[in-house]
Ligand binder design. Structure first.
Ligand code: ADP
Length: 493
């Protein structure tokens, strides 16, 4: 059903899909290398764009594509097997600061995660957000025809759908997936230009969220702030300005097979070298956390629970080590800088409290971890702790399950992550702010009988493989076809 796919997105911290080149004056033509991104959203989008011979429109933060494209044009990718078009949008530093580090991540991110007190409004940010959304909408209009499917990713493009609709009035299908939560009307009330944001999103034919409660919160906000809209909660539709938008919940998955395969390729020597690198005693059980250093991820609460666990369970001293892999993120934003300082000082304090010459309870690293090392850690972690205060989905939890090929690990999962709806029946559920319950859950996970551990992990693996990224992609396009062809068309998954 996809004749011409056009997808637009920005680059966030973990995207690694760039063409890489270096050239100095007078040197031979640039040599281009392509990094295959591993396991993320790109793993779902890339094959669809290949098949559709589509166009991917993205903000690029490296020089490489711009050199290749002379900053204007498109480049056919991948270079050795040209299958689709990559169009980069070159944003100035001022634009990135205001649009990306400004309205996107100082306003929409905290607001949608319910941290209204962290919203920071700076004078030009909203205007830049409009401008950049206009630039992407104009780029879509350059490439799309009325036959095209246009698919937007995430909160960086709340205004673009309506702009695209206006630029291509007969455009067949515009869809968007909102990867982060949607807040209650009481919180959304604080959104600058909130009505404009809602109107922008109602330019979509299809608007996707991970779970029902975000989709419902969006409909609640439309009802409250756009009185002229007709909201049908049961059908999940909004009619506004002559346009119908279908609002759906479809939980995103990971490229489970690739994590499984990568994990199977790891060997014991690789694990031992990681133990040596981090000075972990060789017989120690391992707990693992892998997160961006973001205030939504509940890292301080996790550290407090670990402190309580170590205080109550001296027998585990030296025999259990928690590895926290934290990836610095959005560090120019003060709330992130403060959060990073808090996490580092808490780790130091807890390690000083319990650490010995031979053992530190918490190994904290902000170093880049290669993908194969990440898979080795996932495979061998006895307990994985995913404890966000709120999270649209949380892919790390699903990656861990996919990589837990020996089925001998336990997932501790916050009941506030989108992933909890999919995994709650066989993960150990935690309330990240209940210190005592959280500490007990760590103890329970470490002491769990092997049969129970394996039974739970097998069930988790079925859910993660059944709802993988490819299944999610297929569902998006089936839904879009159904929106386009009418309610009687079937939805395949
Ligand atoms: P968020 O999108 O909020 O960061 P998710 O858990 O949904 O949270 O996704 C994080 C993604 O980033 C996962 O795919 C994870 O594997 C990846 N990731 C986290 N840390 C690193 C790292 N150091 N190197 C490469 N990928 C990482």
């Amino acid at each position: 059903g996809v004749d011409d796919g056009t997808t637009i997105e920005t680059e966030d911290e973990h995207d690694t899909d760039t063409t890489d080149t270096s050239e100095t004056a007078g040197s031979p033509p640039p040599s281009i290398s392509v990094d295959e991104p591993t396991g993320g959203l790109t793993a779902g989008i890339d094959p669809v764009l290949r098949e559709a011979n589509g166009t991917w429109i993205a903000w690029g933060d490296g020089d490489a594509d711009f050199e290749v494209t002379d900053k204007r044009d498109c480049v056919r990718v991948p270079p050795d097997d040209e299958a689709y078009t990559l169009r980069r949008i070159d944003l100035s530093e001022e634009a990135v600061d205001a649009y990306y580090r400004g309205f996107s991540n100082r306003v929409l991110w905290p607001l949608c995660h319910g941290f209204a007190e962290l919203v920071e409004e700076r004078s030009d940010d909203l205007e830049w957000y409009r401008t950049v959304n206009e630039r992407f909408a104009a780029a879509v209009a350059d490439h799309a025809t009325e036959e095209s499917v246009v698919w937007l990713q995430d909160y960086h493009f709340a205004l673009a759908p309506r702009m695209i609709r206006q630029a291509i009035p007969d455009s067949a299908s515009i869809a968007q997936f909102w990867h982060i939560p949607w807040p209650s009307p009481a919180t959304f009330d604080y959104c600058p230009a909130g009505e404009e944001v809602l109107e922008g999103l109602l330019g979509n034919d299809l608007l996707g969220f991970h779970v029902e409660r975000y989709a419902n919160a969006f409909l609640d906000c439309v009802r409250r702030f756009l009185p002229d809209a007709t909201v049908d909660h049961e059908q999940g539709t909004v009619q506004y300005n002559g346009q119908t938008t279908r609002v759906v919940a479809t939980a995103m998955g990971v490229d489970a097979e690739s994590y499984d395969r990568q994990a199977r390729e790891t060997d014991a020597a690789q694990l031992l070298s990681l133990f040596d690198r981090y000075d972990i005693p060789r017989n120690s059980a391992i707990g693992l956390g892998v997160d961006r250093l973001d205030y939504t991820k509940g890292i301080p609460e996790r550290l407090t629970a670990l402190e309580r666990f170590f205080a109550e369970n001296p027998s585990w001293h030296g025999d259990f080590t928690f590895i926290q892999k934290a990836t610095p993120s959005r560090t120019e934003i003060p709330a992130y800088a403060r959060h990073g300082d808090l996490v580092r000082s808490e780790v130091d304090r807890i390690n000083r409290r319990f650490g010995t010459d031979d053992w530190q309870p918490i190994v904290y690293t902000e170093e880049y971890v290669e993908h194969d090392d990440l898979c080795a850690l996932y495979r061998h972690a006895d307990v994985m702790i995913v404890s966000p205060l709120i999270d649209g989905m949380n892919l790390v939890a699903q990656e861990y399950v996919a990589a837990c090929v020996d089925t001998d690990g336990t997932l501790l999962l916050s009941d506030r992550a989108g992933a909890h709806e999919r995994l709650c029946s066989h993960a150990v559920s935690i309330d990240p702010t209940d210190v005592s319950g959280f500490a007990t859950a760590i103890d329970d996970a470490l002491s769990m009988a092997p049969q129970e551990r394996t039974a739970r992990m097998n069930a988790l693996r079925s859910s993660v493989f059944d709802g993988d990224i490819h299944n999610w992609m297929a569902t998006q396009f089936d839904l879009l076809r159904r929106v386009h062809d009418g309610p009687d068309a079937g939805v395949e998954s």
